[in-house]
Design a protein around this ligand. Structure first.
Ligand code: ADP
Length: 226
């Protein structure tokens, strides 16, 4: 099941964090900084829904309700992506995967020859992320995130790509509650899974995006022994 074969080098990182912890933005910046692809399973699934592909049709209702897509589907999606040339040669920042212990075990199997070398928990409390998520608005086309002040007419036009900016279907109070509960029940136990192998670094996710990014870069460099 091993998808990797070239010599070990580069950043192969997993970033954990509650919904609204700023993970997507920070992972994008980390990918650009370390020259590796940012692989977001949420972005991949939303793109599949937009394209109305067979995968998109199979997962749309689960996504909208804030549920979890089944492990088998997720494992094959990620295995395919990290086996592509850019990720095989340079490495990757994984955002949104693994999300269950079953996914973590599969990831260990598919990276035996080039294991994950950075695991970070971006720590932000549940009360803080609840406030952030209810104000979050997202471009349906490019995925950029914005903060609503309440004064804007919605949807508005994305300043980056001209797409339509509104609330994500799973950023409603019910779906947010469900996602945060699933994080606590399914994903938080993974933090112990990785802590066991002393592979985990906890980073404080409260602060300006620049402050948090600085902490994350130091954590990655520290984990790589640089
Ligand atoms: P968030 O972390 O804000 O919920 P993501 O963009 O990471 O958002 O993911 C959006 C949705 O995609 C999730 O709520 C879930 O339905 C699905 N999803 C993403 N990654 C996974 C995964 N590894 N396993 C199962 N479902 C996933």
């Amino acid at each position: 099941m091993d998808t990797t074969s070239t010599p070990a080098h580069g950043v192969r990182a997993i970033i954990f964090g509650r919904q609204g912890a700023g993970k997507g933005t920070q992972c994008q910046m980390l990918g650009a900084h370390f020259g590796v692809p940012h692989i977001s399973t949420g972005d991949m699934l939303r793109a599949a829904v937009r394209q109305d592909s067979p995968l998109g049709r199979a997962v749309k209702a689960v996504l909208d309700a804030g549920g979890l897509v089944d492990d088998e589907m997720m494992v094959s999606l990620v295995q395919g992506r990290i086996g592509q040339d850019d990720a095989r040669t340079a490495g990757y920042v994984l955002d949104g995967f693994p999300r269950t212990v079953g996914q973590a075990r599969s990831l260990d199997e598919m990276t035996v020859s080039r294991p994950i070398n950075v695991v970070i928990d971006l720590e932000v409390g549940r009360d803080v992320v609840l406030a952030r998520l209810s104000a979050r608005r997202t471009c349906g086309q490019c995925g950029a995130n914005f903060v609503a002040t309440g004064a804007e007419a919605e949807p508005w036009t994305c300043a980056r790509c001209g797409g339509s900016v509104g609330q994500r279907a799973d950023d409603t109070p019910e779906a947010i509650g469900r996602r945060l509960d699933l994080y606590d029940s399914q994903t938080a136990p993974l933090i112990d899974y990785y802590r066991g192998g002393s592979r985990l670094v906890v980073v404080d996710g409260v602060g300006t995006p620049e402050e948090v990014f600085g902490r994350l870069c130091r954590a990655v460099e520290g984990a790589l022994g640089g």
